[in-house]
Design a protein around this ligand. Structure first.
Ligand SMILES: O=c1ccn([C@H]2C[C@H](O)[C@@H](COP(=O)(O)OP(=O)(O)OP(=O)(O)O)O2)c(=O)[nH]1
Ligand SMILES: [Mg+2]
Length: 153
């Protein structure tokens, strides 16, 4: 398994004192959990979204990589706490504060405490494209079929 060195700026001094830096929970975890670097508990009303600081900045630097912010499955499935932007995409040249858009899609209020692990960060390879304009595509098995055209069973 390869590990990539990722530069991180600690923007919130509670990291290292009260909170551990994001880390892989198991030997083969794909994501590391991001914490809510909040000053006070946040009551997220049903349907509400909030932009929550992670207390960190990262600089991926390598254009062959990006990071995505994904929901934690327990929060998303059991409590309806998912991301207001679907998935967060972190560009390799982004150096600003890493933010998490949290959306309470549930019918109940959900409270988030400072330091709670709210989402996860996954580093991914990127292939960047150069567009080549054409008039026709070489025939393929699927052609223009999509959106369920292969059926259900
Ligand atoms: O959940 C997220 C999503 C994005 N970002 C940061 C990193 C990313 O590199 C930058 C821009 O994100 P994106 O391109 O998705 O947003 P945009 O609305 O297109 O903004 P921009 O015009 O700055 O590209 O915002 C976050 O901190 N958290
Ligand atoms: Mg953009």
């Amino acid at each position: 398994m390869s590990a990539h060195v990722l530069q991180v700026k600690v923007l919130d001094p509670r990291f290292g004192r009260e909170w551990e830096l994001p880390a892989y929970a198991t030997a083969h975890s794909a994501g590391m959990d991001l914490r809510a670097a909040l000053e006070a508990p946040l009551r997220l009303e049903p349907g509400a979204t909030a932009l929550v600081p992670s207390g960190l900045a990262i600089h991926i630097a390598d254009p062959g990589l990006c990071a995505v912010i994904l929901p934690r499955s327990g929060l998303g499935h059991k409590h309806g706490i998912v991301l207001g932007n679907g998935t967060g995409l972190i560009d390799a040249d982004y150096q600003g504060p890493l933010m998490v858009s949290l959306w309470n899609r549930a019918a109940q209020v959900f409270e988030i405490a400072p330091g709670d692990r709210i989402a996860q960060l996954v580093l991914l390879p990127v292939v960047r494209a150069v567009l080549q304009v054409v008039d026709t595509f070489e025939e393929s098995a699927r052609g223009q079929g999509g959106f369920g055209h292969t059926g259900v069973r």
